[in-house]
Design a protein around this ligand. Structure first.
Ligand SMILES: Cc1cc2nc3c(=O)[nH]c(=O)nc-3n(C[C@H](O)[C@H](O)[C@H](O)COP(=O)(O)O)c2cc1C
Length: 150
């Protein structure tokens, strides 16, 4: 199995989390990591699961590396019905009114473009005592059980 880890980050945590996931799955699942800054809708994988890892900044805003990708989805409205994705959000419950809005915004836009979501959106609370990978890895393993990509 192959997965594509696509991160949207403001201060680097989402990128580090993708590195940790790749290290943990090494030898088991082939992982390619890319910044969403370098990805357009037509670059999404049709044969691997696209796993988005997206934080939130400002007041429920998208992190800067996710904005170009989101803007392209908004402008081009591509048909992504041949794409499978999963999404994991990084947020902080201290921002109660906008908790994890970034990942929710990207998820809703992908669904609007008819991409097929695998599993439920996973979310992480930076105000908790856990590390992001302690939440993301079990979430990903459970999600992959429901994925039908090779
Ligand atoms: C200036 C700032 C604003 C933030 N705003 C939100 C927010 O509105 N909602 C939320 O859930 N988390 C918010 N966060 C928390 C971040 O999403 C969280 O720390 C995350 O782990 C950062 O990931 P990144 O380093 O990949 O950007 C904010 C953090 C900062 C520094």
């Amino acid at each position: 199995m192959q997965i594509r880890l696509l991160y949207g980050t403001e201060t680097g945590t989402a990128e580090i989390l993708c590195d940790d996931i790749k290290d943990e799955l090494d030898g088991e699942i082939e992982c390619e990591i890319q910044s969403l800054e370098d990805v357009g809708p037509s670059d999404l994988s049709t044969d691997a699961l696209n796993v988005f890892v997206v934080s939130t900044t400002g007041s429920g805003d998208l992190p800067f590396t996710a904005i170009p990708f989101f803007d392209k989805l908004q402008a081009e409205k591509p048909d992504l019905s041949n794409i499978q994705f999963a999404i994991f959000g990084l947020g902080d419950k201290t921002f109660a009114a906008t908790y994890n809005f970034g990942s929710e915004t990207v998820m809703n836009k992908l669904l609007e473009c008819k991409a097929k979501q695998v599993g439920q959106r996973g979310i992480f609370d930076a105000a908790s005592n856990e590390m992001p990978e302690e939440v993301a890895l079990p979430w990903l393993r459970e999600t992959l059980e429901g994925a039908s990509v090779s």
